[in-house]
Design a protein around this ligand. Structure first.
Ligand SMILES: [Zn+2]
Length: 459
């Protein structure tokens, strides 16, 4: 660690209370990007973050525009500090919108009133992803305060529509491709393998969802008069879908081509008891696969989920045999598969599992392709080294069963630049769920790691 890095880390620590206060003030803004939540908090939050960026004197500060994206869309903020001679440039991404809080009675404390409890900060967006915004700002401030400027080139990209599929972002990035060149991209929107374990995520599964509708008879029938001699669409769907997956979501039909192998990883030995707790398994339920396959199933294998199912409404349906069923089926596929081909295979397998005469409509959503990266790029190693020092233990290269389309897009737009996936989520963070939280010590360690990394990109 050189003297400049030490000074920047000192400034980060001295100002930590104001970073924490900034994060809390961002969490207090209900920036839910889902309709019908109001858009005003999103605009107010963008203004607030923009003023933080302006105070750090970037060479360029703008809201990305494209002829295809309306001017009054939720802002995508872009800032650029030019690299000193010989230094690298890194693009830092985070998003300032959040998921809806859902049922307020499920929260221990109100979602938009951030509260500290037992070393964690609770509130909607603490972990996903306002911590990402706060960490980027804290690292930039630390360097500005310690040495009057940044040690490397930095580009900031903050969006406010990530949770609703990054509306317009791809168009904005393609229209502004000339602004984006960087030696590395850091997406701070993922998480750590566990509390205190610094983690770089090196693979994401792709995903798609298919809305299906099954129709059998002309209309519902009296279940007493006709039960036993009329086809039951609920039972048909249950049998068909059960033939496509095991009870734990693993696929039992073949995808078009075998997955090309994802990156090799060295993982801590999975702790089965811990994973039972994280999943929330009741007494008596056991994983039907060995502990060392737990993460593999989630990261490196496809899975199926029934995300919704409608076949009459509980409490409102009479004693009828239904003739129509609707469901949304989620599909996740690992690196090496084409998610659109896999989705077609799913629909085909469902078609085959149903009698020919059952009417089946299937409408796929927009898909996200799987993504994977290696671990040996020099800048990946540099980031891993800075993280290991900040956390005081070796970095884990982990997979993630979820999907971040942006990783794939940056891979395409900036070939050769490693995409580094970091973030403060941990298995207890409950992003998208009630009582979202982050571990405050990991929030600080992550900011230290990023501050150190900027210094190490100076040559
Ligand atoms: Zn996120």
């Amino acid at each position: 660690m050189n003297a400049d890095e030490k000074a920047a880390l000192g400034a980060l620590e001295t100002d930590w209370n104001s970073t924490l206060a900034l994060l809390k003030s961002l969490v207090a803004m209900p920036t839910v990007s889902f309709a019908p939540w109001p858009k005003e908090p999103l605009f107010a939050c963008a203004d607030r973050i923009e003023s933080e960026l302006r105070a750090l004197s970037p060479d360029l500060l703008t809201r990305l525009k494209s002829p295809e994206v309306p001017d009054d869309a939720v802002p995508v903020l872009f800032a650029h500090w030019k690299a000193p001679a010989g230094a690298k440039t890194i693009l830092l991404y985070a998003h300032y919108d959040v998921q809806p809080p859902m049922d307020l009675s499920d929260w221990t404390t109100p979602p938009f009133e951030p509260r500290e409890r037992e070393g964690r900060l609770y509130g909607r967006g603490t972990a996903d992803d306002k911590a990402g915004v706060a960490i980027h700002l804290a690292a930039l401030k630390a360097w500005t305060k310690a040495s009057g400027g940044l040690p490397c080139g930095v580009k900031i990209l903050f969006e406010g529509q990530e949770e609703v599929g990054s509306v317009g972002l791809e168009k904005l990035l393609r229209a502004n491709r000339g602004l984006l060149d960087a030696d590395a991209v850091l997406i701070a929107d993922c998480g750590n393998y566990d509390v205190g374990i610094p983690t770089l995520t090196t693979s994401l599964r792709g995903m798609n969802a298919v809305d299906v509708e099954l129709r059998t008879m002309a209309s519902p029938l009296h279940s007493g008069s006709w039960g036993g001699i009329a086809p039951d669409v609920g039972i048909m769907f249950a049998r068909a879908i059960a033939s496509l997956a095991d009870d734990w979501g693993g696929l039992s039909f073949e995808l078009p081509r075998p997955g090309e192998k994802g990156p090799e990883r060295v993982l801590p030995t999975p702790d089965e008891a811990l994973m039972r707790r994280q999943v929330g398994l009741p007494e008596g339920a056991d994983f039907p696969f060995p502990a060392d396959r737990l993460w593999r199933r989630c990261w490196d294998e496809p899975s199926l989920t029934i995300t919704s199912l409608e076949c009459g409404k509980v409490g409102e349906s009479g004693n009828v045999i239904h003739n129509v069923l609707r469901s949304r089926i989620g599909l996740r596929v690992p690196f090496g598969h084409d998610v659109d081909e896999a989705t077609r295979a799913l629909v085909e397998a469902l078609r085959k599992a149903l009698p020919d005469w059952v009417e089946l409509k299937a409408e796929p959503e927009d898909s996200a392709q799987p993504w994977a990266t290696g671990t040996d790029h020099p800048l990946t190693r540099l980031a891993a080294g800075a993280m290991a020092e900040a956390f005081g233990r070796d970095v884990v290269f982990a997979g993630c069963g979820a999907s971040i389309p942006l990783a794939q897009l940056f891979g395409e737009l900036l070939p050769g630049a490693p995409v580094l996936l970091t973030g403060v989520e941990d298995p207890y963070s409950a992003p998208h769920a009630p009582d979202e939280s982050l571990e405050l010590s990991d929030f600080f360690s992550s900011a230290k790691a990023e501050t150190a990394l900027l210094g190490r990109l100076s040559s």
